[in-house]
Design a protein. Structure first.
Length: 662
């Protein structure tokens, strides 16, 4: 590939060719000057950083030394006070107050001449905790002998405790008229010394470490940033600290050098761009190739869009003129193409997409494209359903346009309708099975009021035939007969409502009332199984929104399962409790039995369709229960009952009550 212009042109213009020597020479001198300048800037900046490093290291060393000297003086004052006979209570109070203000002081200990423990601060630490933070027994014995021999305070060698924490201990002897009476020892945490006494401004700029005489690092204050190892400074602490050294290494920071180098790179790039003017003809050729590639890319883009089944259309946000559409769009809406009015295309849709998704929803407050919007519409003429995905995009000329993707979802809608019908039939079948299983119980419940009616009527007839009757007795018998008839009617009405096939209707209702109605319906079956039904209704439980018949079926299934689960339970333990309460903004209902519980290998499949542990079960009961709960935006789960058995929980959202008008 040839990047230089045609050499023939330069042969025809030899003077112009020689004229390039001057600008190239100037360019070379300019680049050389920039490099020299960068070297001087780098050297000057390095000297400044080294000077700052020395100053900051000395500043940190001075801050540490000043505080440590103050601690030494305080320990010496305590030793002098004990030697002069001051009261131990006063000494302890002074030590406690001073240690509370200086967290690097872990212990202040008074030990007698025979190394017996007198008192220590903080007082809440026991001797074992104090011993873990002190130097070894051998080191303390050496310090004691040294203090007896010299009468001067000194430090132990730095040491680490069992937790690898670095410490050093200061010994101040208590000498009374030349006689050694004991010592005041002060344990200092080197970690806390570095963290608290080093100025924050220094700790943020450098990696600080404390090194002993053998070069071992006792503690380092490291923020994790990358360091410049060539910018390092060490200084010895001017204290009797066994030759401890404070070392500081500078963190890498953005500097003038980086910006200068960037400027140099920009200048070099500018020179390269100037050189590229010579290849103008080649650039024109490359541009032509790029245009050809762009056209080919456009053709591939259009080919891909025409191959997909979904219709794609781009229309002007204001005029609604179609600027682009693929073949699928033209097939879905014959007679409409580029240049058509998008408003005419959507007239057959219900609802109108332009009204359901106005332009304001497609852009944010700054006028930029926002998230895509989705809507499902129906073509009133053909009866087809379409899913529309609409969003705003920038068109090739920079204006905002409306991009619409249209997918035919008629088959999916039909499948959803078939699924809804099948689900409704399944629910009705479940209710029929539940009533069938309770047929004998319901017959008994209806037979009782019918027998009572017959008895009351026969009694009234006998009294009338005997001519010895009172009006009050007949009225009482007929009223009781009417009450029993109403009772039988309620049972029949409750069963008929439970079995009635209808569309689900959500309405506010009291979950406590629903629980009472369901327990009345299954009360006789519970009595036949020797099961005690207990209701634990929560106070101030809000109304829930849902279909009453579905919720009754849900409760009935769970209660029946609980009764069946207790067939092998002792009669006195057959207790089924239904609780209602408010939990986390939801209404929670719990059905608690004392049966055999749920085995671990059964639990994962418990709510799966056609899975059952009963000999004659269909495996649809709990699956239907879960479907009903999820239809009401709730959650169904189970847990173990602490008293034995299982607890089935489900939640329902509270009903949204309309705001009260003043």
């Amino acid at each position: 590939m040839r990047l230089l212009p045609n050499p023939t042109l330069f042969k025809r213009l030899p003077v112009g060719r020689r004229a390039w020597i001057v600008p190239f020479t100037a360019l070379a001198l300019f680049v050389a000057a920039i490099l020299v300048l960068l070297w001087f800037v780098h050297r000057h900046e390095t000297e400044i950083q080294l000077a700052n490093l020395r100053r900051d290291t000395q500043y940190a060393e001075l801050a540490i030394t000043r505080e440590i000297l103050a601690h030494q003086e305080f320990a010496d004052r305590l030793a002098g006070g004990i030697a002069s006979g001051q009261s131990p209570g006063s000494m302890i109070e002074q030590a406690r107050a001073y240690q509370a203000l200086n967290s690097e002081i872990r212990n202040v200990i008074w030990s007698s001449a025979d190394d017996m423990h007198g008192w220590s601060i903080p007082s809440w630490k026991d001797l074992t905790a104090i011993a873990r933070e002190r130097s070894s027994v051998e080191e303390r014995e050496r310090m004691r002998r040294l203090a007896i021999a010299t009468g001067r305070p000194t430090y132990t060698e730095p040491y680490r405790d069992s937790q690898d924490e670095p410490y050093i201990e200061y010994f101040s002897p208590v000498v009374d008229h030349g006689s050694y009476r004991g010592s005041i020892s002060m344990t200092l945490s080197l970690r806390t010394v570095m963290q608290r006494l080093v100025p924050v401004a220094v700790a943020e700029k450098y990696r600080l470490s404390l090194v002993d005489a053998e070069g071992r690092e006792l503690f380092s204050h490291d923020t994790g940033l990358e360091t410049s190892d060539w910018l390092t400074q060490s200084v010895s602490l001017t204290l009797p600290w066994r030759n401890l050294v404070l070392s500081a290494t500078s963190y890498k920071t953005d500097s003038l050098l980086g910006r200068t180098l960037l400027t140099g790179v920009i200048l070099i790039i500018t020179c390269v761009l100037a050189w590229s003017l010579w290849s103008l003809r080649r650039r024109v050729e490359l541009q032509a190739q790029a245009d050809s590639a762009l056209m080919a890319s456009h053709e591939r883009f259009v080919t891909v869009l025409d191959a997909i089944d979904s219709g794609v259309a781009v229309s002007d946000m204001q005029t609604r003129e179609l600027l682009f559409c693929n073949e699928s769009f033209s097939r879905i809406f014959p007679g409409h193409g580029i240049g058509s009015n998008g408003a005419e295309v959507e007239r057959a849709f219900s609802p109108l997409p332009s009204q359901a998704i106005p332009p304001d929803l497609l852009v944010d407050i700054e006028g930029n494209p926002a998230h895509a919007q989705r809507i499902e519409v129906r073509d009133e003429k053909s009866g087809h359903w379409y899913a529309l995905r609409v969003r705003a995009v920038r068109w090739v000329d920079g204006r905002l346009v409306r991009l619409t993707m249209i997918s035919d979802i008629t088959d999916r809608k039909a499948a959803e309708e078939r699924s809804r019908v099948q689900q409704e039939k399944l629910l009705l079948t479940s209710r029929l099975m539940s009533v069938g299983e309770m047929a004998s119980t319901l017959a008994h419940e209806i037979n009782q009021p019918l027998s009572a009616i017959a008895n009351y009527n026969m009694g009234a007839v006998r009294r009338l035939k005997s001519d010895h009757w009172k009006k009050e007795d007949l009225v009482s018998a007929l009223e009781k007969s009417a009450a029993q008839a109403e009772r039988a009617g309620r049972v029949v009405h409750r069963v008929r409502e439970f079995l009635r096939r209808r569309e689900p209707v959500r309405e506010p209702m009291s979950i406590n009332e629903v629980v009472v109605d369901v327990t009345e319906l299954i009360e006789l079956e519970a009595e036949k199984s020797n099961v005690q039904l207990r209701l634990d209704m929560g106070h101030d439980v809000p109304l829930v929104s849902g279909d009453r018949i579905m919720i009754e079926q849900l409760l009935l299934n769970l209660i029946k399962n609980g009764i069946e689960a207790m067939k092998q339970t002792r009669v006195q333990d057959r207790i089924l409790t239904v609780q209602t309460a408010t939990s986390g903004g939801q209404v929670e209902i719990r059905v608690m039995d004392r049966g055999h519980g749920i085995a671990a290998d059964v639990a994962p499949e418990l709510f799966s369709p056609f899975f059952t542990t009963k000999d004659n079960g269909m495996g649809m009961g709990l699956n239907i229960c879960r479907s009903i709960v999820e239809l009401h935006d709730g959650h169904l789960w189970f847990s173990a009952n602490p008293a034995g058995g299982s607890v089935f929980h489900f939640t329902l959202p509270p009903a949204i009550e309309p705001a009260m008008q003043s």
